[in-house]
Design a protein around this ligand. Structure first.
Ligand SMILES: [Zn+2]
Length: 222
């Protein structure tokens, strides 16, 4: 009996430990609720448009084109144009901009992340899932070069486009996992509505690529 008890006293904590590992939700304190659904849907739309634009644009970028101030601005300009497509609203209302930045979040040259002060805890968590991919890439280069140049400049433009698309994918994965864990798919307003057609203009980033340009239409789920 004594030995059984002593065995049990070893087994029970082990079972409890295992149970806590299995049953504690990934997002114990979910930062989002049904009140955030509208903002979350905007971010999903933005990520869908951005991923499609970036991954399609990669085919138009010369593999040796570096990421530099002008080529980076060119890529960001195309992305913004796609996001600004008529009848298409992707900016989450009230998200604001991070200090000194054009968007609500950014990963700076020293790999630190900055966020808009007006972003809710939910949006902060979503934005952080995206910026963390940038910060990880930044830190990878920091250890190699100690960041003599901006971290983005270590990548070719095509690599950067792929990296940016990965950041948006990480954001979508975070949103999906968090929404499932917090049961947010049953929130009012989450019912699927018809896809909306988005037109984006694809064009080369630098003169060296040529003058190919075309309009493409695709659909995103809203
Ligand atoms: Zn990004």
């Amino acid at each position: 009996m004594t030995s059984l008890l002593s065995k049990m006293s070893t087994v029970i904590p082990a079972v409890l430990l295992l149970a806590s590992v299995i049953f504690i939700p990934v997002y114990a304190a979910a930062p989002c609720s049904c009140a955030d659904i509208s903002n979350i849907k905007h971010r999903i739309e933005e990520a869908q448009v951005a991923i499609h634009t970036l991954e399609t644009q990669i085919g138009f970028i010369d593999p040796v084109t570096p990421t530099r101030e002008d080529t980076y601005a060119g890529l960001q300009g195309l992305l913004q144009a796609a996001l600004n497509t008529a009848n298409y609203q992707t900016s989450a209302p009230g998200l604001g901009t991070a200090p000194g930045q054009r968007g609500p979040a950014a990963t700076l040259g020293d790999c630190s992340m900055v966020f808009s002060a007006s972003a809710s805890p939910c949006m902060l968590a979503v934005l952080k899932a995206h910026e963390q991919v940038h910060a990880d890439e930044c830190n990878r280069w920091k250890s190699v070069w100690n960041l003599i140049t901006p971290w983005q400049y270590n990548l070719t433009l095509a690599q950067f486009a792929r990296h940016e698309a990965s950041s948006y994918r990480a954001e979508l994965i975070y949103i999906d996992t968090m929404m499932q864990a917090a049961g947010l798919y049953s929130c009012p307003g989450m019912a699927p509505s018809p896809p909306v057609a988005v037109a984006i203009e694809l064009k080369p980033i630098t003169e060296s690529i040529g003058n190919a340009s075309l309009m493409e239409e695709f659909e995103v789920m809203r």
